[in-house]
Design a protein around this ligand. Structure first.
Ligand code: G4P
Length: 551
């Protein structure tokens, strides 16, 4: 069977017979709903670029049985990188774009791994993706510890109290001391870090790990290029060969570490983990596959199934509530140039999805039929017949949906709106070739709907776009030319921050650097520096400035 068939697993546990049984027997359906949802895990990997996210993703697929030989995803990434002279962009659009969510089955669980764009620059897309998961793997480079991008992503997870499993990668290369790494996580991120395993050696002599809970020694053998599962030998701590394998000095250090850990290590507390205040730590090496299987096992036992959501009206939405609800967290146009369509990625928050079902789209007060539902692997699409809370589905439509849209059976749940951020970089868009005005307008409309950038003064001939990271602007410019055939010039504007302001407050505000209007015609003040923003706030305490668009 082809790899992608295994990956497009939404339909793998759905047969027509099963569906008919569900419809005929409501009791069976409730049971099935609960057990299907209980086996869902939706998670993302957060990492600083180069920590090994692509490599780990692929190894999770290898150990999850979704691919049989590693090298596939990397090779794709490389092909894309070498094919283009715009490498950062192509990498950004590599696996992230075509596979917003990968699904694979592991030991009875349905794993939904959401891809967070892995570029240096921060983008709003990442925030939105993290709104659609129930837990995260924080991937660190063992030689670098916590890096700037890790900190930003960690804080988003913290805002959502997401449980985080830490995987310290590249232990096969010269690494920082394990105690120093734990200390680094605790000090920089302010989360208690509890190792579940302790590395056996490091660098070229990295042999595996000691399982601190089971008190077992796990030794691995490398396979050529890490393409296949690494053979693993499990023994007790009294294994006489351990001394020999580690060498005298390393063995003594290991014994000392274990004694120290036994004395000082706080017990791992699953409650604290679920609240996002404690992170279990695994030391491993994605490239040699050491620790990947253990990471998957921990995901299975520790990562939570879909959690009830606290709604804005104070009520709770249980994932097992039978009615279907979900929200659009990502939009992507032109995923396939042949199709020229748009895909809305929906995180299901409750109930069960069935292809062809009719649901409400409250923003438009309209009923829509969800007929074209797909999962992606690379360029290929697989139809999804059925999915459950915790799953991600792609809905193809010609531009009906917006970011943050709710889809539901019955009344709309009061889901918290997707966050939108006050942009920090601004540019005026100038169309290079005025004969492309139609394509220009279409491109701007679709890309701003997708949330690639935010649009201001849209009725101007040269509107303004804003973003929180430079790469968002680069992606916009690239896609306007590549996908819409409307090359644009971006003229940078000298503003460094922005705030929404109530229309009624404008007259109170006196002088300010610049005012623009967002896509809903809400006024936004642009400031040349955070210093000017601060002095404005001090001079006008009566004016309320908003970091997010006011309701
Ligand atoms: P990213 O998606 O987080 O940006 O990282 P990616 O997986 O692309 O990995 C970045 C580099 O780190 C790659 O090397 C990759 O092979 C290497 N790497 C990932 N995990 C490990 C590990 O556990 N041990 C070691 N030693 N290296 C690891 P590269 O030189 O950029 O690419 P390649 O030539 O190896 O393919």
């Amino acid at each position: 069977m082809a790899d992608h068939q295994l990956l497009g697993g939404y339909n793998s546990f759905t047969s027509r017979k099963q569906l008919t049984r569900c419809r005929q027997n409501p009791n069976f359906r409730v049971d099935q709903l609960q057990s299907e949802i209980a086996r869902r895990r939706a998670f993302a990997i957060i990492a600083h670029p180069d920590a090994g996210k692509t490599t780990l993703t692929e190894k999770l697929l290898l150990y999850g049985g979704a691919i049989h030989l590693a090298g596939h995803v990397r090779a794709r990434k490389e092909r894309r990188a070498t094919r283009s002279d715009f490498m950062a962009l192509e990498q950004e659009r590599g696996i992230s774009v075509s596979t917003a969510a990968l699904q694979f089955e592991y030991d009875g669980l349905v794993m939904n791994l959401l891809d967070t764009p892995g570029h240096q620059d921060f983008s709003e897309d990442t925030y939105r993706t993290l709104m659609a998961v129930d837990s995260a793997i924080m991937l660190l480079d063992a030689a670098r510890g916590v890096e700037p991008q890790t900190i930003k992503l960690f804080h988003i997870c913290r805002e959502r109290n997401l449980p985080i499993i830490t995987f310290i990668n590249k232990m096969d290369l010269p690494a920082l001391e394990p105690f120093a790494l734990l200390d680094n996580v605790e000090k920089v991120l302010g989360i208690s870090a509890v190792p579940l395993v302790w590395p056996l050696g490091s660098g070229r002599d990295f042999k595996g790990f000691f399982n601190l809970r089971e008190k077992t020694v796990h030794r691995f053998e490398r396979t050529v290029g890490g393409a296949q599962r690494a053979p693993e030998t499990v023994s007790g701590i009294d294994d006489p060969t351990l001394r020999q394998i580690l060498g005298e000095a390393e063995y003594h250090k290991f014994c000392e570490d274990i004694t120290l850990l036994t004395e000082v290590l706080p017990p791992f507390d699953p409650e604290k983990f679920l609240r996002g205040t404690m992170t279990p730590v695994i030391f491993g090496s994605a490239i040699t596959n050491f620790g990947v299987d253990y990471l998957l096992k921990q995901l299975k036992t520790l990562a939570p199934p879909p959690r009830p959501l606290f709604l804005d009206d104070g009520s709770l939405l249980s994932p097992t509530e039978p009615r279907f609800t979900g929200f659009v967290f990502k939009l992507q146009a032109n995923m396939n140039k042949l199709h020229r369509d748009r895909v809305a990625f929906v995180r299901i928050t409750s109930g069960r999805f069935e292809r062809g079902m009719s649901v409400q789209l409250p923003r438009l007060k309209k009923e829509v039929k969800l007929a074209s539902s797909v999962a992606f692997f690379g360029e290929e699409r697989n139809t999804i017949d059925e999915a459950y809370a915790g799953d991600i589905i792609g809905i193809i439509s010609p531009g009906l949906y917006r970011l943050g849209d709710i889809l539901c059976q019955g009344d709309a749940p009061a889901l918290k709106p997707l966050p939108r951020f006050a942009p920090e970089i601004f540019a005026r868009i100038v169309l290079e070739d005025t004969s492309k005005a139609k394509q220009f307008r279409k491109g701007i409309a679709e890309l701003t709907d997708e949330g690639v950038v935010q649009l201001f003064n849209l009725s101007d001939a040269s509107p303004i776009i804003g973003a929180v990271g430079q790469l968002q602007l680069d992606v916009f410019r690239y896609r306007m030319a590549d996908e819409y055939g409307a090359p644009v010039r971006l003229e940078n504007l000298p503003y460094a921050c922005s705030r929404w302001i109530a229309a009624t407050d404008i007259t109170k505000a006196g002088r300010f650097d610049k005012i623009v209007y967002d896509d809903q015609n809400r006024p936004v003040i642009l400031f040349e520096s955070t210093f000017r923003l601060r002095s404005f706030s001090e001079e006008h305490p009566e004016v309320v400035l908003h970091n997010h668009p006011p309701d």
